[in-house]
Design a binder for this molecule. Structure first.
Ligand SMILES: Nc1ncnc2c1ncn2[C@@H]1O[C@H](COP(=O)(O)OP(=O)(O)OP(=O)(O)O)[C@@H](O)[C@H]1O
Ligand SMILES: [Mg+2]
Length: 479
């Protein structure tokens, strides 16, 4: 099915609503007009009937004066055109009448006459003696005695409603011509206006259609007006910015990952090729195998880290939150790292306060601390110091890893949490790092709704502070 353009849809709705409003308007005008015309006919009939009832023509209702017509003309000054008049007695028998209508054409409704006589009220009546197209409207007016309210007879004054019918027919014709013409004009104008209003959207769609992976830098020209369309354009541009950024990151990430894995492979290949070139001593083979194992270990660490990060990106890495006693976790880690620190001739000290338990994943929190401590040892030269502290702060529990190592240049600090980012590539590689450790740290901190801050000065050392929140419920439950 062909899609209907929004422009046509809008116009159709507009024409439909306008049509309904117009139809309601015309119907009410028609009904009002008909009522008004009928009312004015009734009023005129009443005035005439009242006038006649007060003359000597009605003195004796069942007596037919020979010169009825002439006398009537005298009352009104002229002959009332298109009207018929008749005077009835109390039983509904016709006394006097104008001769412009035959008596039997409009039969007297005796029940109605009786009602007028008994109640003394005016009653209007419509009859169709000349066919449905020519209705005759007439009044049944009670003739009252001069002294009191006693009804003496009934005056009927009638007129054809052809004029009303004609006027209403004319009005209908006007409406039938006017309404479709107005709807047509509204449709054309609506189509034009909708097209004009939607033009910027069509342009946005056209530009957006052209943007592919190859030209993610292209942007939609934002209209000057700060209206909905302007907002749409800047929203799409914002989305393109984010897309382009994450696309760049992915491309960079893939390039970095392949590069990181290629280096150990190249080293291994070179060593194995040399080993295979000629007969070697057992010692040489052992050395080659040992160094190859080192490279394999390095690669498997990178692959494991990458796997963990991509799983976390996809939300597949589920953390298991339990109450964690950070103090014993840290104490345990320090005893493990003591050996490594001693090996590197680094002094490892700690000051661990008693703090509340936090809700967290014990394994991941351990990994976070291992990564920070490994960095501290890796980037601190022999003779340096590492200090680990655990304390309660306003925001929660703070773990700080401070070292007196090489430090991080200020311009690198914002980027050290990026994947594969190393402040000093050449040196880091020599230390054995691939630049994924802090990315994992950041992910674990975020997953625990915590914060991480870095202070560092080149040549003086660095301090990494991790703050984990304690929710009120946890604090109460875990103490
Ligand atoms: N304590 C520190 N002192 C000085 N520089 C540091 C310290 N910690 C991190 N860095 C810098 O930040 C970079 C990123 O650290 P990260 O832990 O992510 O990677 P890595 O240690 O190089 O490799 P990996 O941890 O994946 O084995 C490091 O390469 C280093 O340049
Ligand atoms: Mg590291």
């Amino acid at each position: 099915m062909r899609p209907v353009s929004i422009r046509v849809k809008l116009t159709a709705w507009y024409v439909l609503v306008f049509g309904v409003v117009l139809a309601c308007f015309c119907i009410s005008i028609y009904v009002m007009m008909e009522r008004k015309l009928l009312h004015s006919v009734d009023r005129r009939l009443q005035t005439m009937a009242e006038l006649i009832s007060k003359t000597e023509l009605c003195a004796v209702p069942n007596f037919l004066p020979p010169d009825f017509e002439r006398r009537l003309n005298r009352i009104f000054g002229t002959r009332p055109v298109g009207k018929f008049v008749r005077v009835l007695d109390l039983s509904g028998e016709i006394g006097s009448r104008t001769d412009n209508l035959d008596e039997d054409k409009i039969p007297v409704n005796k029940d109605l006459v009786r009602e007028v006589v008994t109640t003394g009220e005016i009653i209007y009546e419509t009859q169709y003696p000349l066919g449905p197209q020519v209705p005759i409207r007439f009044i049944n007016f009670p003739v009252k005695s001069f002294q009191g309210n006693k009804v003496r007879g009934v005056v009927q004054v009638g007129t054809s409603l052809e004029f009303v019918r004609e006027s209403m027919r004319n009005l209908l014709v006007v409406f039938l011509i006017l309404v479709p013409s107005l709807l047509f004009v509204a449709g054309v104008v609506g189509l034009f206006l909708a097209g004009k209003a939607l033009k910027p959207i069509r342009e946005i769609a056209r530009t957006a259609r052209h943007i592919t992976v190859n030209n993610l830098d292209e942007r939609i020209t934002v209209p000057v007006a700060r209206d909905d369309v302007g907002q749409l354009a800047s929203t799409i541009n914002g989305m393109l910015d984010r897309l382009s950024l994450s696309f760049q990151k992915i491309t960079q990430f893939t390039a970095d990952a392949s590069h990181e894995l290629r280096t150990p492979l190249t080293i291994m290949r070179g060593e194995l090729e040399i080993a295979l070139r000629g007969e070697r001593s057992a010692q040489d083979y052992l050395e080659t195998l040992g160094s190859s194992l080192e490279e394999v270990e390095r690669m498997s660490k990178i692959v494991n880290d990458l796997l963990l990060l991509s799983k976390s990106d996809m939300g597949q890495e589920v953390l298991h939150y339990d109450p964690v006693d950070l103090r014993s976790l840290l104490a345990n880690l320090i005893s493990n790292f003591k050996v490594l620190a001693d090996e590197h001739q680094i002094q490892l000290s700690s000051s661990l306060e008693e703090v509340e338990m936090v809700s967290g994943d014990q394994l991941r929190l351990r990994q976070l601390l291992v990564n920070l401590l490994t960095n501290a040892i890796r980037y601190t030269p022999a003779g340096g110091k590492i200090d680990l502290t655990l304390r309660r702060v306003d925001e929660g529990v703070e773990i700080a890893v401070a070292d007196t190592g090489i430090g991080i240049p200020a311009e690198d600090i914002p980027r050290i949490f990026d994947r594969f980012y190393r402040a000093d590539k050449a040196r880091s590689r020599q230390y054995g790092g691939s630049g994924l450790g802090l990315s994992i740290v950041k992910w674990i901190v975020d997953a625990h709704h915590g914060m991480i801050k870095v202070d560092s000065a080149v040549g003086e050392g660095s301090i990494f502070r991790v703050i984990l929140p304690i929710t009120r419920d946890n604090a109460a439950a875990f103490i």
